[in-house]
Design a protein around this ligand. Sequence first.
Ligand code: 3PG
Length: 208
Amino acid sequence: SESTPASILDLVPVVPVVVIDDLDHAVPLARALVAGGLPVIELTLRTPVALDAVRAIADEVPEITLGVGTVCTPAQAEQAAVAGAGFLVSPGTTPALLEAMLGTGLPFLPGTATVSEVLAVLEAGVTEMKFFPAEASGGAAYLKSLASPLAAARFCPTGGITATSAPSYLSLPNVGCVGGSWLTPPDALAAGDWGRVESLAREAAGLG
Ligand code: 3PG
């Protein structure tokens, strides 16, 4: 993506977390999200075609801010950057992964789920992060508890969040946006039902 915003957390209320099984789905899916008012995507490195999908979206849908997620190794951070990622997201954080993501020069959201992990990320000078897996790790109540002691940290909670539970997160002072896969149901992708994706995106865009 050609745009590098000041803060990934402030672009849209809901970042679509996407698993692409069929490379042909990448571009129409990205276009449907943009049409629905969500010009941001977190494309996960969970399938063999994921990096090709990143390249296709970077080439053909430059108006979307293209995140690459499920970055679990330093090598994946580098591969995602080379493929055209506009930002990176990891499910958790290790010192090597943090160093590799910093080394790309891209914005990134390192994954955290505990107070000590948040402190480690803050020590590295990074104040915006993912909270994962959000629902299983304590949900909105947990993040609310971090707001006062860890006031410097801002979060994108992801994992088990739905259109129904998203507002409870979005109302917190330390949450900029949430992430979720509910906008891109596997059956809609399999059917090429981009209108359904667009309408789910439009509904989510309205949560902000
Ligand atoms: C992620 O990587 O953030 C999660 O897999 C997305 O979680 P969800 O599928 O529960 O929305």
